[in-house]
Write a protein that binds this ligand. Structure first.
Ligand code: ADP
Ligand code: ASP
Ligand code: MG
Length: 448
């Protein structure tokens, strides 16, 4: 049985500076069910850390990147006086950061160590902001409980080990104070720091909620919920009050950046409701994602994910042969490549991969391409965007609207529909994709 507790997560813009942190602290003070808070790195910090791990920077540039990170933290620190316990840990973490940043080359494990500093630092500062508001708060190192494998850059959580560790280390604290912990990071079985992939703090919050058997997760960000499309792209986008787990998972997977794609997994498997709202405007409401028996049929949102790679693998051997697809997917899985869309023809298969900008780990490996080339002709196309229509019971003819007619206005490179009734996805050339999303939103989601 789940408790009444809530895990709250604050994203990068919500902890970007001192006034933003104060707004978040007020939200925690006003909601006594929140016993665990997961914070992201302050906005901009993780991007600097990613650049530091890429080793393109010379010594001078590395120093500048370190300074850029310190400047963001110092601006917040200027408004605070850290209690002795927090000051000591904060200073120690800064020293570790500078030491690692001085190294010219980092191993995969050290890259994750580097990426972890943003969340480690912001959590010290946010604990103090909470204390200043009269909330009893302690910083908690999430690496004690969020256990993962050692696939650095995109580690997979070990759910059972996380539950055991949370039971031992975190649950006893829930009645005593608010535990302020870090999103995005974890540790492997040897205690080495790992990360869950960019935007992973949402996922951390859901995993922690599952581990402590919380009732809900509150994701506080810079928008008042999940919208019918990215509100930055379309000013007529409207917030969606309720989404089913399935719809929310599809939206997150296909590009609504507001949620990390894996966030819904722990929530739906453990029956935890997810709320998404704005830490700038907590009274404005937001989106509730819950288990719903039936969601009204229809299209509810359009999303896009840029920087997609289309791999086309062609071989006459595929004709009437069995095992060709198995061979391809075995290789992709050996390289830990996750595939999105798949379409096949008589002698070829086309698949799409996510090549997100600023990712902490490249998706496509040269060695993998070489291995595939041994038995098929491989073509790689870049500069594509995956556009997805998300909803429930999506059909090509929706009431009076013929989707194929709407889509016929665009130059579509590949289309997928049928595996799930919750999406219809297609690829378009990236320079046109904003326009495609805006037009589809206007045609299908805006009422006159
Ligand atoms: P955080 O730092 O809080 O994790 P993110 O930048 O990761 O925040 O996600 C919030 C952003 O997601 C919003 O500012 C918005 O531009 C973008 N976004 C993309 N698609 C959607 C959508 N369908 N609904 C709401 N926000 C969206
Ligand atoms: N700080 C990490 C990132 O920027 C994780 C997160 O914010 O969710 O990707
Ligand atoms: Mg995010």
């Amino acid at each position: 049985m789940n408790s009444q507790y809530t895990v709250a997560k604050f994203g990068g813009t919500s902890v970007a500076d001192y006034p933003a942190m104060q707004r978040c602290a007020k939200i925690i003070k006003d909601d006594t069910q929140v016993r665990v808070v997961a914070v992201s790195a302050s906005a901009g910090v993780t991007n600097h850390l990613v650049t530091l791990t890429q080793q393109k920077a010379d010594e001078q540039q590395r120093l500048e990147l370190v300074q850029a990170v310190l400047d963001i933290q110092d601006a917040i620190l200027a408004e605070l006086s850290l209690d002795a316990d927090l000051a000591q840990g904060f200073e120690q973490t800064i020293t570790e950061f500078k030491t690692l940043a001085a190294l010219p080359a980092l191993s995969a494990q050290q890259c994750d160590e580097m990426l972890s500093f943003g969340e480690r630092l912001s959590s010290y500062l946010f604990t103090q902001v909470l204390r200043n508001l009269g909330v009893s708060a302690q910083r908690f190192d999430v690496r004690k409980v969020l256990k993962t494998d050692n696939r650095f850059g995109k580690a997979t959580p070990d759910i059972a080990a996380t539950a055991v560790a949370a039971h031992k280390h975190l649950m006893p604290l829930l009645g005593e104070h608010v535990s302020v912990t870090q999103g995005f990071i974890g540790s492997d079985q040897y205690g080495q720091t790992t990360t869950l992939g960019r935007g992973g703090s949402d996922y951390s919050a859901a995993l922690l909620a599952e581990a402590i058997k919380a009732k809900s997760v509150h994701i506080w960000t810079d928008v008042v919920g999940i919208f019918s499309t990215d509100p930055r792209l379309c000013n007529k986008a409207t917030p969606i009050a309720r989404l089913s787990f399935d719809e929310a998972a599809e939206m997150a997977t296909f590009g609504a950046k507001v949620l990390h794609p894996a966030t819904i997994l722990p929530a739906s498997r453990s029956g935890i409701s997810v709320f998404v709202g704005s830490s700038r405007d907590p009274q404005a409401g937001g989106t509730w994602i819950e288990k719903e028996k039936s969601s009204t049929p229809g299209i509810r949102a359009v999303t896009q994910r840029k920087n997609q790679i289309l791999l086309t693998l062609k071989s006459p051997e595929m004709l009437l042969a069995s095992g060709f697809l198995a061979r391809i997917f075995t290789i992709l899985s050996a390289y830990n490549i996750s595939v999105d869309l798949v379409t096949t023809s008589e002698i070829s298969v086309a698949i799409t991969l996510d090549n997100a900008q600023n990712a902490s780990r490249p998706e496509l490996d040269q060695a993998c391409l070489e291995e595939l080339s041994e038995f098929c002709q491989v073509t790689v196309e870049n500069n594509l965007t995956l556009v997805a229509l998300i909803g429930s019971e999506i059909q090509l003819k929706q009431h009076e609207i013929n989707l194929m007619q709407v889509l016929s206005d665009f130059n579509i490179r590949l289309i997928c529909h049928g595996a799930s009734k919750h999406n219809l996805c297609f690829l378009v050339e990236q320079p046109h994709s904003d326009h495609v999303v805006q037009s589809i939103h206007a045609r299908l989601l805006e009422t006159a």
